[in-house]
Design a protein around this ligand. Sequence first.
Ligand code: PLP
Length: 240
Amino acid sequence: MCLLIVIGISKCQTGRAMDAIKANFTDIHARITKAAKEAGRDPAGISLVAVSKVQPPEKLQAALDCGQCVFGENRVQEAQTHWETHRAAYPDLRLHLIGPLQTNKARDAVALFDVIETVDRAKLADALADEMAKQGRKLPCFIQVNTGEEPQKGGIAPLELEALYRHCVDKAGLSITGLMCIPPVDAPAMLHFGLLATWAKRLGLPHLSMGMSHDFEDAIRTGATHVRIGSALFGERLKT
Ligand SMILES: *Cc1c(COP(=O)(O)O)cnc(C)c1O
């Protein structure tokens, strides 16, 4: 009897959690549309990358049920666990790698992901190009720029960006379609978004991946084409 009640309650709570995710998706879509319109931009030009790292399977399923098909993950192995089984049932699934990549994981990353957002050094560009050739998968890539020049963070320093871009395109033959950044937590994000937008323009790149749960509207005002949103959709991440 007791057990039944407990199961009943937990099912009900799961239902409420899923309702919350649906409401979050509706809210975030509305906010993206509003920010885009205020900036005189077409909301269709902004793609929501739902950051699903560290989230439980039922929340991923709730997002899929909402029609979300673009997801961001920052670890190769976790992304495999999360998504390999969904591939067959969701042919529109698009996975973005948004975390640092070691060259020895390039093979798995190229096999699983559809977009690599974190190219930040020549050696990694070469490893990715090799794997793409071997696997016959030419993935669009972004270069990650360490706009705050923080030593603990991935990304190429702004002053070295152009040389890396040339290497990626001319030597490695990668398809670089945009730039990505994660501004320092304690700095005004707008400055970093603006810097990234200026560089993308200079290099003639159409895509900008910038803006997270707390600052995606500013990012859209500055030209973001991809916003990476985790906690505002799924709730706070449990500590790993
Ligand atoms: C975790 C993560 C996000 C999402 O952050 P939220 O604040 O939860 O929206 C975005 N981008 C990267 C690179 C991340 O690692």
